[in-house]
Design a protein around this ligand. Structure first.
Ligand code: ATP
Length: 359
């Protein structure tokens, strides 16, 4: 039976890299029934919302989706579509691998990292009060009463909630991920000496949960020290477990360590639903020119295949991407080449060596 998958092309370079991805996944021979949905800037103009309910319903129906980047509309009272999707579908874990590929220039040839980012809490929860608003004034009064702290009258506020239950599930997810994927170590990043009741909680739950997974090497590190060490010896790390904001920042840093945003794939996972997407944004500067690197989204597609249980096809796509990049003949301009998005997709599709029934 064909796998039902929702495909959202997205904004900017989204349609270009989404088409390239569909072409490669179809070429694996895995039967996928694509359901196309729109979200983002174009839909906002047409329908007044960048994320219509029917898109969410369709993802709930198919349970699995892959999407291109979606621009966050400025103003209009709507927050990021990406953040809304994660909250609505309770996609609490972002998984973002970064691996050095032979032939792609990097000062760090031995990197093989996975960032696991908590996706629903922290400063990205969206609890914010604009400066000058009645809500900000009420919060100021409350803070004066509770903490004896008088915030400046012209201050805006963003609240950082981190819960025991929200942390426990992401810590368990990370520890189980290490076991299931033959990895060895989790490094938890925090700043608990400054933010004792949010980052401190994240750290203490991490430590206590790791007691129940003694086969997994667990360490913790302050986020500033971790950032510095990642730039010097990224090979020393394996799985990074991070609260939402640090996870967002360090996943871009890790992408930069191994060749840039054009290569970085990602998955957003919950207990019920999974949405795969490249780490990069809509790159309006190169949109419509046919030169966007489709590899990040193609690799997100390989993660999707694995999620569907199509491990053989996922391996085939990943190694075809590696071979094409290593050969260096077909590369988009962000990697120093002159090829188009379509040429990279065609190169990868041609290189797929789908194993037969005995392979
Ligand atoms: P958004 O507002 O949607 O986050 P952005 O332009 O601010 O978009 P990104 O698109 O994530 O941020 O990336 C920043 C820059 O990196 C882009 O402007 C583009 O030059 C480059 N870039 C990102 N993704 C790709 C890609 N797939 N191929 C080539 N270049 C890319």
């Amino acid at each position: 039976m064909a796998h039902l998958v929702t495909l959202i092309a997205g904004d900017g370079i989204g349609p270009e890299v989404a088409e390239a991805t569909r072409r490669v996944l179809d070429a694996t021979g895995v039967e996928i029934e694509w359901v196309l949905e729109d979200a983002g800037a174009a839909v906002l103009e047409r329908e007044g919302t960048p994320l219509p309910d029917r898109v969410l319903e369709q993802i709930r129906r198919s349970r699995v989706a892959i999407k291109g980047p979606i621009t966050t509309p400025v103003g209009g009272g709507f927050r990021s579509v990406n953040v809304a999707l994660r909250h609505e579908l309770d996609l609490f874990a972002a998984v973002r691998p970064s691996r050095s590929i032979p032939g792609v220039p990097t000062p760090h040839p031995g990197v093989d990292l996975v960032v696991i980012r908590e996706n629903t809490e922290d400063l990205y929860r969206g609890v914010e009060y604009e400066r000058g608003s009645p809500e900000a004034a009420a919060l100021r009064a409350e803070l004066r009463r509770l903490a004896g702290y008088t915030a400046r009258e012209d201050a805006g506020f963003t609240v950082k909630p981190i819960s025991v239950s929200g942390t426990r599930r992401i810590v368990r997810f990370a520890l189980e991920f290490v076991r299931a994927n033959g990895r060895r170590k989790v490094t938890l990043g925090h700043k608990s000496n400054i933010m004792r009741f949010s980052d401190g909680l994240f750290l203490s739950i991490g430590r206590s949960e790791s007691e129940d997974h003694r086969d997994v090497w667990f360490e913790d590190m302050e986020i500033d020290q971790l950032s510095m060490r990642l730039t010097r010896e990224p090979e020393a790390f394996d799985v990074l477990l991070l609260p939402n904001l640090y996870g967002d920042i360090l996943s871009d840093l890790c992408a930069g360590l191994v060749g840039g945003l054009g290569l970085a794939a990602g998955a957003n996972l919950g207990w019920e639903y999974a949405v795969f997407e490249p780490v990069h944004g809509s790159a309006p500067d190169i949109a419509g020119r046919g030169v966007a690197n489709p590899v990040a989204m193609i690799r997100s597609g390989a993660m999707l295949l694995r999620h569907l249980g199509e491990h053989g096809a996922a391996d085939v796509v990943e190694s075809a991407v590696d071979r094409v990049l290593a050969a260096g003949e077909v590369r988009t301009p962000d990697l120093g080449g002159t090829s188009s998005t379509d040429e990279v997709a065609a190169g990868v599709a041609k290189d797929l060596q789908v194993p037969g029934p005995s392979g």
